[in-house]
Every structure is written in structure tokens, then in C-alpha cells.
Ligand binder design. Structure first.
Ligand SMILES: Nc1ncnc2c1ncn2[C@@H]1O[C@H](COP(=O)(O)OP(=O)(O)O)[C@@H](O)[C@H]1O
Ligand SMILES: Cc1cn([C@H]2C[C@H](O)[C@@H](COP(=O)(O)OP(=O)(O)O)O2)c(=O)[nH]c1=O
Length: 207
């Protein structure tokens, strides 16, 4: 059987940097790796980018932003396709699946938007549990410095507040889901990579 590893964290925590390094580490060891992410690049992911993430005209229904419930359902639909078409078959084929975000993102973000955590957990119950979830944790101030320019300046304060809530939510989720391991993401790219590798080796050893 393969292995399923997820990297989570607030925007700018270093997820895409670290998922790439981890994929290379596995490949050097001769493993077949599937590097993936959520929202996906499928039609569902594109729909999310259009209706949720752009905040543009198309995401507006009757003058208001689409509801948080509809948002959660779109992320879950994208994930359902992701799990059944890519994640499950790849694990069954003995591959190493590494995903940049998974259902923990829905719990952290949609909970921060005011939705009920238990409803979100139920909604995502179809999603196979990963062997290991790396939570890249760092203060919002630091992540905002790293992605300076990615966000719209006028909404800066609102974004900071949401990210703070999301960070707190992730830390609360780490107490509830034993597969989540917290890694200090304030360190250098190399040190963080080494911490992740140590956790992965520990997990591989258990298998
Ligand atoms: N440990 C680190 N220290 C400083 N900057 C980093 C670190 N890791 C990543 N970065 C930089 O911070 C930015 C956000 O990183 P990225 O991997 O894209 O984060 P995410 O995928 O979580 O949004 C990028 O410009 C990246 O080069
Ligand atoms: C997967 C997922 C992502 N999101 C959010 C988190 C990010 O702000 C955004 C992902 O957009 P993305 O364009 O991948 O950006 P990033 O590099 O910041 O990860 O969608 C949710 O709110 N719920 C989810 O279930």
C-alpha cells in the first residue's frame, strides 16, 4: 500500500515550497509520487476559483456573495472527485500521494467563516484519512510578509483577521485529529524540510 501525506497551513505558510521538496525527497528514494492540491485543477476547482476565490462578479448571486454553505459544498464536491479519481486509486497502486491542502482546510477556513464545525466534519466524512498531516504553523504577521502583494491592499485588515482565526482553528484541529503534526514554519526552508522528513521517516517506520 502507498502512503498519503497532507500539508496544511494558512496562506503563505510555505505549503507549496515544502510539498515540492518532500516530493523530490521521495523520488530520490525511488518512490513513485503523486503531487496534488486542493482546490484542484479540474472543472470543480475552476468553478471554485470563479465563484469563491475571485470574489468577482460571477461569485455574486442577487447582489450578495455566494453563501458560506454553498462554498463548503463546492469545496466538498471538488474533494469528492479528487478522492475517488486520484487519491484512492494512487494509494491503492502503491504510490506516495502528497496533497497541498485537504479537508482540514475546509474545517479551518469554513469554520472561520462561521459554519458549524460538526456539520463540516460530517460533510467531509467520505474523505479518506491521510497517514500524516503536516501543519505548517507560523504567526499571521510573518505569512503576510511572505505573500505581500498577493492580496488586495484595501482588504488587508479583513484578511489578517480571517487568517488569525484560521491559524487558531488549525491549532484546535491538531488537538482533535491525532494525524496532525505541528511544524514550526518560522524556520528556514531547509530546517522545515528536515523536520518534515523526520516525521515522515517515523511514519514510514511504523508501516
Ligand atoms: N521558510 C521560509 N522562509 C521564508 N520564506 C519562505 C519560506 N518558505 C516559503 N517562503 C516564501 O514565502 C512565500 C509563500 O510560500 P509558499 O510555499 O507559496 O506558501 P503557501 O503555498 O503556503 O501559500 C514564497 O514566496 C516562498 O518563496
Ligand atoms: C481546500 C480549501 C481551500 N480553501 C481556501 C484556502 C485558500 O485561501 C484558498 C486556496 O486558494 P489557492 O489559490 O490554492 O491559494 P493558496 O496558495 O493560498 O493555498 O482556498 C478553503 O477555504 N476551503 C477549502 O476546503
Amino acid at each position: 500500500m502507498g502512503m498519503f501525506i497532507v500539508i496544511e497551513g494558512i496562506d503563505g505558510a510555505g505549503k507549496s515550497t515544502q510539498t515540492k521538496l518532500l516530493a523530490e525527497w521521495f523520488e530520490e528514494k525511488g518512490h513513485e509520487v503523486v503531487l496534488t492540491k486542493e482546490p484542484t485543477d479540474t472543472a470543480f476547482g475552476k468553478l471554485i476559483r470563479k465563484l469563491v476565490l475571485t470574489g468577482g462578479k460571477e461569485g455574486i448571486i442577487d447582489g450578495a456573495r455566494i453563501s458560506h454553505e454553498a462554498e463548503a459544498l463546492l469545496f466538498a464536491a471538488d474533494r469528492a472527485e479528487h478522492v475517488s479519481k486520484l487519491i484512492k486509486p494512487s494509494i491503492e497502486a502503491g504510490k506516495i500521494v502528497i496533497s497541498d491542502r485537504y479537508f482540514y482546510s475546509s474545517l479551518a477556513y469554513q469554520w472561520a467563516r462561521g459554519l458549524d464545525l460538526e456539520w463540516l466534519i460530517d460533510l467531509n466524512r467520505f474523505a479518506v484519512r491521510p497517514d500524516l498531516v503536516i501543519l505548517l504553523d507560523l504567526p499571521v504577521k510573518e505569512s503576510m510578509k511572505r505573500i505581500n502583494g498577493r492580496s488586495i491592499k484595501t482588504e488587508f485588515d479583513k484578511i489578517v483577521e480571517l487568517q488569525k482565526k484560521v491559524r487558531e482553528n488549525y491549532l484546535k484541529l491538531a488537538e482533535r485529529f491525532p494525524e496532525i503534526r505541528i511544524v514550526n514554519a518560522l524556520a528556514s526552508v531547509e530546517d522545515i524540510h528536515n523536520d518534515i522528513v523526520a516525521l515522515v521517516e517515523h511514519e514510514l517506520f511504523k508501516k
